[in-house]
Every structure is written in structure tokens, then in C-alpha cells.
Design a protein around this ligand. Structure first.
Ligand code: ZN
Length: 241
């Protein structure tokens, strides 16, 4: 095998490992993204619980306000009853009775509202409990999922370490100039940088390469590039031929 053929083989090997490294990197990133989105989902659940708690607290607070309003009015009735004992005229007596009646009506209205409020508190309490239960369930499944993801990510990191080691090993056999050229081409093209030419067709861009270049390519005496896509090309017989 000519030296250039050997070097091209090495470049193809390096490229293959690079592709695997890229895939492993992507997998690690994807697994990380899934963990982040689980965290985000958990935060959403927590927000719902916080909102439900706040709603419940607000209702309880409103209930306590009604309670104290009712208490104030009850005290007013006590005072009016005391006044009643000291009145001199019937007119005054009637007026205080009317006053007491008004306050009673007011208290009754407040008590109706308090009853409504109690129902609201009950259903808000129920809703809050449901949200808490959902959060607890999610937290549990989230923890399990994240553990699985972390294990998979760790495994993928080990794969990546192995691939980096493999690449280093292959690279020690490579001509440094060749690696530099490969890196240069990699920056300019998408996907593969070293591609075979099958029957005068570049497998990178699927265009025909000139006959003369195709002939030269088969000499395997120097590195050649596709005139169309500028990838490194090498001659390879079709597998079936
Ligand atoms: Zn090409």
C-alpha cells in the first residue's frame, strides 16, 4: 500500500471516530436537555402548588375578616341592649330596637357570606391537596427518570472517553500535515471531509469529477480534492465490482 493510501485510510478512520464522537456528544447533550426539561416541569408543578396554597390562604384570610366583622357587630348589639335598659321614651326604645334589627340583618348577611366562604375554603383545600399529590407523584417519577438519564449519560461519557482515546491512538499513526489538512477541510464542508469516488462520481457532492483527475486519483500518489465540493477524495472500487 502506498504511503498516501495508508494516510487516507488513517484519515477515514479518524473521520469515522470523529462521527462517533459527535454522536456521543449529541446523546450526552440530549440526555442533559431532558434532565433540564424535567426540572422545568417540576418547577411548574411547584408553582401550581404555591398558587393553590396562596388561593387557600387568601380565602382563609377573607373568612377571618368576616369573622371579626361579625364579632364587631355582635358587640354593637350588646352595647345597644345596654342602652336599651337606660332609655326613657318609647320613641327612643323603638329607635334602638330598629338599630338592633339592622345590625342583626347585617350579621346574618355576614354569616351567609361566611358559609359560602367555608365552601370555597373546602374546595380550595381539596384542590391544594390534589396539586400537592400531583407534585409528590411527579417528584417521585422525576427522580427515577433523572437517575436513569444520569446513568445513561455517564455510560455515554465513558463511550466518549473511549472514542477520544481511540482517536488519539489513530492520530499517532497519522501524518500531522494530513491531519491539519483534514481539519481545514472539515471547517469548510458539512458532514464528511474525506469521501470516496465511485465510478468518477464524488460521494460527497455526487458530481462527476473530470476524467483526468479520476485517472490521477487511481495512482494514489498524492492527496486530491473534489473540484466541486473541495472534499478530500480517494479512489475506491465499488463494492460490487
Ligand atoms: Zn465533491
Amino acid at each position: 500500500m502506498s504511503n498516501i493510501a495508508k494516510q487516507i485510510n488513517i484519515l477515514v478512520e479518524v473521520q469515522g471516530v470523529d462521527m462517533e464522537i459527535l454522536q456521543a456528544d449529541r446523546k450526552i447533550g440530549m440526555l442533559g436537555d431532558r434532565m433540564v426539561s424535567l426540572d422545568r416541569e417540576a418547577a411548574e408543578h411547584e408553582k401550581l402548588v404555591t398558587a393553590a396554597k396562596k388561593a387557600l390562604d387568601d380565602l382563609k384570610k377573607a373568612y377571618r375578616e368576616l369573622e371579626s366583622e361579625s364579632k364587631v357587630n355582635s358587640e354593637m348589639i350588646v352595647k345597644s341592649n345596654e342602652k336599651l335598659r337606660g332609655v326613657k321614651t318609647n320613641k327612643e326604645y323603638q329607635s334602638i330596637l330598629k338599630e338592633i334589627e339592622e345590625i342583626r340583618k347585617k350579621i346574618s348577611g355576614i354569616e351567609d357570606r361566611m358559609l359560602d366562604q367555608l365552601e370555597c375554603i373546602e374546595s380550595a383545600g381539596q384542590a391544594e391537596k390534589e396539586k400537592e399529590a400531583q407534585l409528590a407523584g411527579f417528584t417521585q417519577s422525576c427522580r427515577e427518570k433523572k437517575e436513569t438519564l444520569a446513568i445513561r449519560q455517564e455510560r455515554e461519557r465513558q463511550v466518549l472517553d473511549g472514542l477520544n482515546g481511540k482517536k488519539m491512538q489513530i492520530s499517532t499513526k497519522a501524518d500531522l500535515n494530513m491531519i491539519a489538512i483534514l481539519d481545514d477541510v472539515k471547517k469548510k464542508v458539512r458532514g464528511l471531509a474525506v469521501v470516496p469516488v465511485h465510478g468518477a462520481i464524488c460521494m460527497g457532492c455526487h458530481m462527476n469529477i473530470p476524467a483526468q483527475l479520476y485517472n490521477e486519483l487511481q495512482r494514489l500518489d498524492e492527496l486530491r480534492f473534489c473540484p466541486h465540493c473541495h472534499r478530500i477524495i480517494y479512489w475506491k472500487e465499488k463494492d460490487n465490482e
